[in-house]
Structures are given as structure tokens and as C-alpha cells.
Design a protein around this ligand. Structure first.
Ligand code: PLP
Length: 451
């Protein structure tokens, strides 16, 4: 029960930026910890790559056995500014020394207000905005739905095929995929409906506006605009497979929402904060959502999430109608302010574009001589390949699992995703040095060839 069990190692960008394997993966100390995990932690909480971390930063994760792995996951798009980023760590330490919690609803503090001001400045649109802060992406999505219902006095909510919005009861209902997110966990929240997504790889010949008309037709026929409080959509889907809708899909959907007084909620939990080579993925097509939900990359790993949007919508719930004990915790707010400052002063939006270009170039080259690489897609440092039976659109989850396992064994932290489990996704921290990115994609090319 002491901290002495885990050696104190300095993380951050000072860590040697190298891939270094000194044991098999996972090594003996990690396997010992995994055995303790099995005896103490429910099996329901899985671990994708059970090397136990002692430090991380720049573009690497270092484990208890002394292995140094190349990080292409950022803890699922969270440590965008780099793990243990010195600005973030310093802001956290300073705030922790001042006070750790008061509850913003009891005696408030400036950090929360400053995060809300920054969100108003950075999120799409010049309109008057308000924010509310929460602890997780799922909690924020739930609150966005509450706000939309209070504003419209309607109940129905539409989400899309392949959507992922979280694991709480309402967000499970919004999430599309049964296994592992929903299986056996019903009944789910009522008044949630699903519309077809624009999925260019599986949608040959359906352009963005046509895909939007297809979705709108389902909504009008199966839900009815006058019953609909909100449409919730990820501008690029995350867990669902990095599905980037065809150009024109999001703008057409937004136009329809405006015309029908339906609240357009952009779930930018995964795409937000420089990840896609814009501050927000909605910026790419100039889409201005009514409400935008942020989390993951917002606070460098501290638990923070937000709903930001039009003042008249955000102010619709009654006084005291929103909140929570920890929402907008002062340490998480201090981290978020440091993250935002780092993104801007270090030019990380541009860095995301540069990383994206490298990854897309490498993966497109692979695709040219491997017909199992069905699709290469994504923007900025959020890029994926969809693997299929050669020359078809038939998903190949087994191949994807083999590639991921081989990548893990060779010290690459690579994540999979997709409705069919056949997508490899790449979400490196924006602090990854070029030589590590190059090494990772050299290795991947070889692994894919041999798989
Ligand atoms: C991760 C994610 C969520 C849920 O966030 P949590 O913090 O895990 O609750 C919601 N929406 C999207 C798009 C996500 O990627």
C-alpha cells in the first residue's frame, strides 16, 4: 500500500525519445502486475496492451520493465500536447498546492470561468456562448441532451450508425455498437433514434448532400421533426472507425436542423483540440454547431469535459438544473488552461496537419501495393486504415487483430476501432518527434506486409 512499489521516474519530453525493447512484451514485471490486476480488478475493465506504465512523454511510453514503446494512441486522443507536458504538470502542481476542490456550486473559483471563456473564444462561431463543465465525455453528452430537451421542450434524440458517445445509460443508447459497449446492459434510455451515416468507403456514389437527405428522410418519417430535440453527431467518428462523412453531409444536416429548430450537437470529444489539424473538426467545413461537447484532449489527461453553445440554449435549464460535485475541478481546469496555451504557443494545430500528411502519405503508399488496405482516411493526427478481404469491402477483423498484436509485440502502441473491428487507428501525441513517427510507420509497413 505504499507508493514505493512503483519507482518514481520523470516523464515528459525529457524521456529518451527511442523505441527500446529490453524484455518480451509484456515483460515479467508487467505480467506480475497483470496477475495482481486479475485478482483485484474486474475482468470487465480490459487492458489492450498490458505493459504497466511508469513514465510517458514526447512520443513514448516507458514500462516497469524498462521498455520504451512508441505512442500512437495518446491514451485515446487525450495527451495531445504530450504526456506529462511540463506546462500542464506545473499548472497541476501549482493548483494542487493552492486548493484541490471546493465544488464550483458551493464556493466557485476563477479557473472554471477562465476555461469557459477560452471555450467561448475557441469553439466555432462568433455568437454569444455559455459553457458548463463536467468530468467525462459521456457525462457531457448526457448534459448536452438535457439542455437541448429543456430548450426545445421536445424529447427525441437522433444519433447515427457507428456512433460512439459513451457508456452511461443514455450514452449507451446513443452508441451504436452492441459488443462490448451495450451487450447485456439494457434496458436503454427511451426516445433515442438512429439515422444512417455518410460512410464514403461503404457508400459508393452517395455524396454528402445525398447522404444527408437519406438521413433526414429517416428522421422525418420515423421520428418527426416536431418531436426532435437534438441531432448528436461526431464530425469524424471515433470508435466507430474514423468515419469521415462525405463533404457537404454535415452542412446539409445542420441546415435542416436550423430550419426545424432542432439543436445540432457536435460531439468533438475525440476530434477536438487540434487533433484533426483544426482546433475543432467542425471548422473544416465551417460548420457552427449549436452545442459542442469536448473532453479527452481538453486537459492533458485530467478528467474534464464541457458543453459549450448558444447562450439562449445553454441558459434554458432552470437555475441549479445542471452541475455535479466535481465538474470543472480546479486542478483539471488549471490543466486545461495550460493545454490551450500550449496548443497556441507551440503551433500544435499546424503540427497535427504535418503529422497527418506524413501518416497519410505512408499509408497511401502501403495501399498502392496491398489490396487488403481498403481505405485510408482521416484528418490531421487522426488517421486510420480499414482492412478488408483483398479487393472487396468485406471487413477483415482477424487481419487487423494480427497486425495490432504484432505491432504491440514490437513496441508500438496501436489501437483498433470500427463497427467490424477492422480499422487500425493512429492518434499520436503532437509532441512525437519525426524520427519516431518514421520508425513506427517503417515497422508497420513491414508488419502489414508479413501479416
Ligand atoms: C471517448 C468518447 C466519448 C466518451 O468520453 P468518456 O470521457 O470516455 O466518457 C464520447 N464521445 C466520443 C466521440 C468519444 O470518443
Amino acid at each position: 500500500m505504499t507508493h514505493a512499489d512503483t519507482p518514481a521516474v520523470q516523464g515528459g519530453p525529457e524521456l529518451a525519445q527511442e523505441r527500446r525493447l529490453v524484455t518480451e512484451i509484456p515483460g515479467p514485471r508487467s505480467r506480475e502486475l497483470a496477475a495482481r490486476k486479475d485478482a483485484a480488478v474486474t475482468r470487465a475493465v480490459g487492458t489492450m496492451l498490458p505493459v504497466y506504465t511508469v513514465a510517458a512523454g514526447g512520443g513514448v511510453v516507458v514500462d516497469v520493465d524498462g521498455n520504451s514503446l512508441i505512442d500512437l494512441g495518446s491514451g485515446i486522443a487525450v495527451t495531445t500536447v504530450g504526456n506529462a507536458n511540463p506546462c500542464v504538470s506545473a499548472a497541476v502542481a501549482e493548483q494542487a498546492a493552492a486548493f484541490t476542490h471546493t465544488c464550483f456550486m458551493i464556493t466557485p473559483y476563477d479557473g472554471y470561468v477562465r476555461v469557459a471563456e477560452e471555450l467561448a473564444r475557441l469553439t466555432p462561431g462568433q455568437h454569444e456562448k455559455r459553457s458548463a463543465l463536467f468530468n467525462s465525455g459521456a457525462e457531457a453528452v448526457e448534459n448536452a441532451v438535457k439542455i437541448a430537451r429543456a430548450h426545445t421542450k421536445r424529447q427525441a434524440v437522433v444519433a447515427f450508425d457507428h456512433a460512439y458517445h459513451g457508456r452511461t445509460n443514455l450514452t449507451m443508447a446513443l452508441t451504436a455498437k452492441n459488443m462490448p459497449y451495450k451487450h447485456g446492459f439494457g434496458p436503454f434510455a427511451a426516445e433515442v433514434y438512429r439515422a444512417p451515416m455518410s460512410y464514403p468507403f461503404r457508400d459508393a456514389g452517395v455524396d454528402g448532400p445525398a447522404a444527408a437527405r437519406r438521413a433526414i428522410d429517416v428522421i422525418e418519417k420515423q421520428v418527426g421533426a416536431t418531436n426532435l430535440a437534438a441531432v448528436v453527431i461526431e464530425p469524424i467518428q471515433g470508435e466507430g472507425g474514423f468515419v469521415e462523412p462525405a463533404p457537404g453531409f454535415l452542412p446539409a444536416l445542420l441546415d435542416w436542423c436550423r430550419a426545424n429548430d432542432v439543436v445540432f450537437i457536435a460531439d468533438e470529444v475525440q476530434t477536438g483540440f487540434a487533433r484533426t489539424g483544426d482546433m475543432f473538426a467542425c471548422d473544416h467545413e465551417g460548420v457552427v454547431p449549436d452545442l459542442i461537447v469536448t473532453a479527452k484532449g481538453i486537459a492533458g489527461g485530467l478528467p474534464l469535459a464541457a458543453v459549450t453553445g448558444r447562450a439562449e440554449i445553454m441558459d434554458a435549464p432552470h437555475v441549479g438544473g445542471l452541475g455535479g460535485t466535481y465538474g470543472g475541478n480546479p486542478i483539471a481546469c488549471a490543466a486545461a488552461l495550460a493545454v490551450i496555451e500550449t496548443i497556441e504557443t507551440d503551433g500544435l494545430v499546424d503540427r497535427a496537419r504535418a503529422i497527418g500528411k506524413t501518416m497519410l502519405d505512408r499509408l497511401t503508399a502501403l495501399q498502392a501495393d496491398d489490396p487488403r488496405v481498403g481505405d485510408v482516411r482521416g484528418r490531421g493526427a487522426m488517421v486510420a486504415v480499414e482492412l478488408v478481404q483483398a479487393g472487396t469491402t468485406e471487413p477483415d477483423a482477424a487481419l487487423t487483430a494480427r497486425i495490432a498484436a504484432a505491432a504491440h509485440a514490437q513496441g508500438l502502441v496501436v489501437l483498433t476501432c470500427g463497427t467490424w473491428g477492422n480499422v487500425l487507428r493512429f492518434l499520436p501525441p503532437l509532441t512525437i518527434p519525426d524520427h519516431l513517427l518514421a520508425e513506427a510507420f517503417d515497422l508497420l509497413a513491414q508488419i502489414i506486409k508479413e501479416s
